[in-house]
Design a protein around this ligand. Structure first.
Ligand code: N01
Length: 542
């Protein structure tokens, strides 16, 4: 039982970018807000993911807060795509600048949250004995914050060191002279492999599914560019908000940017033209084709180009063959951007184990046993991802109206209206929840939009003396159908696609496509229309 119960207007869980801005925004409305955070500092994903090579793959000009012009004018990014230490410095700068720390309880994890319908308030317990009695309960817990460590027989027998990219030691790890085995080749694996390879005595990569990845072309930021960008921030931010993914890629002209206009239809090109494109641009040539996201035959041609380029970069033909993605389209999994990934396999101290030829059987005291053989390692790095989108929400024992449990309500997959609220759990808001653009977008753009929407909503409720808000079942069901409908026919939901967007990386997780593919611009307009129509689809009660 909690020793003391603190009464607040809003209890926010998580001090990543979402929780930090939520706190700042609600304070401007004179609300009493408390944030609780499991880590000992701010920064969320950038606090936890300190693995070698961790870097944002969205340009920093885009991946930064827009709510304060002074902040964006004062902060100078040193690289086009900032590394984790710089982004964490930025998060700490924001916390200091807006005096956020005084209202954040660190090293505190929420255990359960229960809605009391008669009082229209939430009672929230933490693992340090504190509890909060709150009018509103906001989960700012991030979409990729619960690390997934697969259950592998014998794992506890391993005598060496074990790491997870998503929970990296804060003091760093010295791999000099160490034989490292890394499991997983998603964004985290692909970013860390070249960096670990440079330091370790030997690196064995255990790859279950080869990924499609594009060179980042990251570089130091020039003063001229920063000055120019700062003079155009108004336009950059407006364009971001109206765009598909919240990324302008202003002036950069490389992968992921919304403004890189595809020029050709690959189906209309000849083999010679595709060959020439690869000669000219390498992997980046693939981005010029507009039809690869729309047509499976077009996509397969692009996959052929991709595999051809892998064979050009990776010198050992056996390793190159092992690194070639097959049997699923480009655009099914989260795009990956790398710095020197394939080149790492040209080093003498890097070995690929293509698990498609025989999987991991168990972990032994000294290494990893696959059906292809035993690999001796001194350290294992799990780059095995996260229980995405729903993991952190369902880790807390949340009970809504009538004691109904969120875990049970979402047994067949998450159900939300706009990714903001779910039926049966009044006054509970999710920031970038399932059913919103979230992970398909620049997270900071989506975070700011949700935070502003929630803060405005609370202001509206207070002004009209509404005490609770909850979606109607009809609105929620229609939104879920809409989210599913527009994802149909995209590469993201291709039958051959197994991504964490679909929950496919977690054994037993329902296969449901979770984010909203309609784009941040369309989604924002939809949210604004709903407000303009008197919070259409929500039930407000006094
Ligand atoms: O995780 P992942 P991640 N045996 O789930 C493999 C964001 N992010 O941490 O594909 C063997 O993508 C699994 O194999 P498979 C970004 O949104 C952003 O890398 O399931 N292998 C896969 O290869 C990203 O998408 C940034 O067959 C196993 C890997 O582990 C998201 O976080 C940087 C296995 C997991 O890949 C997650 O990325 C980093 C098993 N039992 C992350 N279980 C940037 O901004 C899993 N795998 C740059």
């Amino acid at each position: 039982m909690a020793n003391n119960i603190q009464s607040v207007d809003v209890l926010v869980v998580g001090a990543g970018f979402a929780g930090m801005y939520m706190l700042h925004r609600l304070r401007t409305q004179d609300l009493n807000v408390q944030v609780v955070e499991a880590g000992s500092g701010v920064g969320g994903t950038w606090y936890w993911n300190r693995y070698p090579g961790a870097r944002c793959d969205v340009p920093s000009i885009d991946y930064s807060f827009s709510f304060s012009d002074d902040l964006q004018q004062d902060w100078d990014w040193t690289e086009v795509m900032a590394g984790q230490p710089e982004i964490l410095d930025y998060a700490n700068h924001v916390a200091d600048r807006f005096d956020l720390l005084k209202d954040i309880s660190f090293e505190t994890r929420v255990l359960d949250a229960t809605y009391d319908e008669s009082k229209r308030r939430w009672l929230i317990h933490t693992d340090v004995g504190t509890a909060y009695d709150a009018r509103f309960y906001v989960m700012a817990t991030g979409c990729l914050s619960v690390p997934n460590t697969p259950t592998i027989e014998g794992a506890s027998e391993f005598k060496g060191k074990v790491y997870h990219t998503g929970q990296w030691p804060h003091d760093g790890v010295n791999f000099e002279g160490v034989r490292v085995g890394i499991i997983g080749t998603g964004s985290s694996g692909i970013q860390s492999i070249p960096v670990i390879a440079e330091e370790a005595a030997h690196l064995t990569v255990f790859q279950r599914t080869p990924n499609y990845t594009m060179p980042a072309q990251n570089r130091p930021q020039t003063k001229e560019f920063l000055d120019d960008a700062k003079s155009k921030y108004d336009e950059i931010r407006r364009t971001q908000r109206e765009s598909q993914a919240g990324i302008v890629g202003y002036g950069f002209g490389f992968g992921g940017a919304d403004n890189v206009a595809p020029m050709d239809a690959i189906l209309e090109t000849s083999p010679e033209q595709r060959e020439q494109a690869l000669n000219d641009e390498g992997f980046a040539a693939i981005r010029r084709y507009m039809d690869i996201g729309l047509d499976m035959n077009a996509n397969e041609l692009a996959c052929d180009m991709y595999r051809e380029q892998v064979s050009r970069v990776v010198k050992d033909p056996k390793a190159a063959e092992g690194l070639m993605p097959k049997g699923y389209p480009i655009g099914c999994k989260r795009p990956v951007i790398d710095s020197g990934y394939y080149e790492a396999y040209n080093r003498d101290n890097v070995k690929l184990v293509d698990l498609r030829k025989g999987g991991i059987e168990c972990i032994t005291e000294t290494g990893i046993q696959t059906s292809q053989g035993h690999y001796e390692v001194d350290a294992i790095v799990y780059a095995t991802g996260f229980d995405a989108m729903t993991g952190a929400l369902l880790n807390v024992d949340i009970k809504g109206r009538g004691g109904a449990k969120l875990r049970e309500a979402w047994e067949a997959g998450p159900r939300t209206y706009l990714g903001l609220q779910t039926v049966g759990f009044p006054n509970l808001f999710m920031i970038t929840g399932p059913g919103s653009p979230s992970v398909l977008s620049n997270m900071i753009v989506s975070i700011e939009q949700h935070v502003d929407w929630i803060a405005d909503c609370i202001q509206h409720m207070d002004a009209h003396q509404w005490r609770s808000i909850e979606p109607t079942s009809v609105a929620e069901q229609q939104w879920i159908e809409h989210v599913n409908e527009i994802a149909k026919g995209t590469m993201l939901t291709a039958p051959s696609c197994n991504s964490w967007y679909l929950g496919a990386n977690i054994p037993g997780k329902p296969r449901i496509f979770m984010p909203y593919v309609g784009g941040v611009g369309t989604y924002r307009t939809k949210c604004e229309e709903i407000v303009a129509n008197g919070y259409e689809g929500f039930e407000l009660a006094s």
